[in-house]
Write a protein that binds this ligand. Sequence first.
Ligand code: SF4
Length: 414
Amino acid sequence: MAAQTVLQKLEILADAAKYDASCASSGTAKKNSLGGKGIGSTEGMGICHAYAPDGRCISLLKILLTNHCIFDCHYCVNRKSSNVARARFSPQEVVDLTLAFYRRNYIEGLFLSSGIVKSSNHTMEQIVEVARILREEHDFRGYIHLKTIPEADPEIVHQAGLYADRVSINVELPTDSGLTRLAPDKDARQIEGAMGKVKADLVEAKDARKRFKHAPRFAPAGQSTQMIVGADAATDADIVGKASRLYDNFRLRRVYYSAFSPIPDASAVLPLKRPPLIREHRLYQSDWLMRFYGYKPTDVMQATEADGNLPLDIDPKLAWALKFREAFPVDVNRASKEQLLRVPGLGVKAVSKILASRRHRALRLDDVARLTQSITKVRPFICAVDWRPITLTDRADLRSLLAPKAEQLELFAA
Ligand code: SF4
């Protein structure tokens, strides 16, 4: 068989990397400038967008070192029993591609993951070698996110953290039983053990840098993980519980959710249909509530329905408010920040502005309306100088009044 060109390998290995959500893509409309038509393609092979620790959106070259794998995780297109085209880069090839893309201003960094070849240690060494060459031989200062392998020697994973801005280890599935069934080569305790070691390294490096200005940095953008949603029977309550334990135990920067999508040559043990994408979105919203709005995991779990899943037609904050109507209405002129953050339709910025404005004058409904996108959603849950909802929160049909209207599908939409 003829040797594959770098472009052919890039085609296979960028496509194989697209199932990893832990470098989140932006939702821009895709434009293609291939073939010399215009400039500024947003769908170059392997280019994704992620947010840097300072909040900037950056473009990353997102590829696998190889999609060969000795493991057989049922949900993965690269599992050893999958009948897909295979390719493998050498570390130097990944370095050359990264530098070439970087110099052309296509990317600001690299997201590198890999199937497991020969052994976990061998693969992890190759991943680290890419980062080492970039940093040490080319003084590469771009962003590097390395996916690490929990079964690899912790010392090699430590090396990865010395070169990378962020490291991540996928927990893969929300429950141990799901992991045992769908990823028989993986071990939940080993995965969490590896995350615990990375956390210890992060803490140690931070302490060392407080004491010595030139102590080595270790993954300054922290560690993250990814969970697949909808491949097993785990409910949203299970997923939220797992995510919260991970945040608490391993000081994760982010838990990413990836709605299971049927893959080519899928294993027979997987569901035939993907879960609705809106489920992934609701989980991200609940994650947001726990990180920025002071909700506890139990609050989010209380917002779930009888089947343990979050409602799909309304967001989790509204779902919680409708279940706990006795907590409303809250007076925008007197309520605490925590109470205001529970009001559906009031975001963190709107709450800060309310707190700042009410120092100078008593707020009316119109004042609040100017700070929100939809006063209709907020109105039943607040009081202002000239507004009191009286019986609105008691209405049995409040949910249907506030749920976004279902969009009419366009028959001829592209
Ligand atoms: S170890 Fe990773 S690449 Fe290999 S089959 Fe499992 S999920 Fe896929």
